[in-house]
Design a protein around this ligand. Sequence first.
Ligand SMILES: NC(=O)c1ccc[n+]([C@@H]2O[C@H](COP(=O)([O-])OP(=O)(O)OC[C@H]3O[C@@H](n4cnc5c(N)ncnc54)[C@H](OP(=O)(O)O)[C@@H]3O)[C@@H](O)[C@H]2O)c1
Length: 443
Amino acid sequence: MQNDSQILKPQAAPLMLGLAGFGTVGSGLIRILEENREAIIRRVGRDIRIKTILVRDPGKTRACAMPEGARFCGSREELLNDPEIEVVVELMGGLDAAGALIRAALAAGKHVVTANKALLAEAGNELFTLAQDKGLFLGYEASVCGGVPVVQALRSALSANEFSSLTGILNGTCNYIISSMTINGTSFDCALKQAQELGFAEADPTLDIGGFDTAHKLILLVRLAWGVDYPYAELPVTGIRSISPDDIQFAREFNYTIKLLGRARRDANGRIEAGVFPAMVPTSYLLARVGSSYNAVRLEGNAVGSIFMHGKGAGDTPTGSAVAADIMEIARGDRPNNLGYNLRGLPPADIVPTEEAISSFYIRLRVKDRIGVMRDVATVLAEHRISIQQALQKGTDDIVSLIFMTHACKTKDVIGALAKLAAMDFMGAEPVYYRVLPPPCGD
Ligand SMILES: NC(=O)c1ccc[n+]([C@@H]2O[C@H](COP(=O)([O-])OP(=O)(O)OC[C@H]3O[C@@H](n4cnc5c(N)ncnc54)[C@H](OP(=O)(O)O)[C@@H]3O)[C@@H](O)[C@H]2O)c1
């Protein structure tokens, strides 16, 4: 029997790329373009070739072979001045050199694909406006959650929705550390060391454990979900350094697990409340079950309902897969749709100040075990309009832990109450508090 479907001959000349960066992601991209060449041509109708590669040190040993026909170049100008190169793929990272390369590439009329969330979080509005004015692609699928196609989903497949909230586990290093502390009882330092040995964490892990990498990605997601520019410098960010084994254990006793979340929601007045913080997640939620270095995003749309995406947020080929998909969109000749909005630049977000944010909280106090302390603590909480949902005392020494789960209250009231308590003579350590993830974040 004759099969009517046939592979069409490539319809156009190969799409030529200039690649800046031959590290983890650059190598992943090269391998995907080589190993999946047939499948890619079948999908986009033309070949995709890397012509020139820019690195710092061309003499370095690489994780994979140089692509056929490609060569190292000595300067960024060589990439930019080559009329055959239609797309500049920026996989160097950092702000200054990468920013200069992307600006120059767009000015020279070349499409750009990048995985650089730090740069896009800080300078995205300017760069997207530049790309839009030139009618060029600025692809960045790999910038958020590596191989998980959340950018594409928000730009396109879910674009008919109004979103009320988005919640993500956006940093694999932090999730690996917290998961290891939770499941194996590992200390923070030991879990961090393991993450570094396994290649999940950088030698300098500040960007990850400080919550800043999650913050970069959250800024990009807020832009996509609500079409507003939330300045990176204004986003409240708390990292995971202070999470203690005690908090993990107490969370478990209340049926919660601690996760570092990037979370944003829009209130009825269109204001955006966003932040990065460790939070108590009910163990029954899918987010609580995201283990190891995996990433996940949960979106709440008014048409689609809740959507949950889960997968590898980093690594050579998972991230390279997202970079390749952006390049394939360009190869197909689609119209650029970088942000998913018919706007020139994005308006500033109307921001809910952190202190005004309303949540339930977990509060842990280390106090001297003496008569009247519980009464005094309850009085201070009540003075600050904080209603207690559950309370627990743990420990038998002179210093014990008092743990409270509160009803929903304002963050500023919790901060005020804890500042007052911190000054009291029965306190044995700085108070600790975490937000509790509210419904409807259930499954
Ligand atoms: N790694 C991941 O899993 C992952 C996941 C998502 C997003 N990203 C993002 O992807 C980007 C690349 O990350 P990576 O992990 O692949 O980095 P990497 O392994 O450190 O590789 C960086 C590459 O860029 C080159 N480079 C750096 N600065 C340069 C400069 N000024 N001029 C020329 N070449 C320069 C380096 O050259 P040499 O090799 O000669 O030193 C190297 O080849 C970053 O923006 C990162 O945030 C990474």
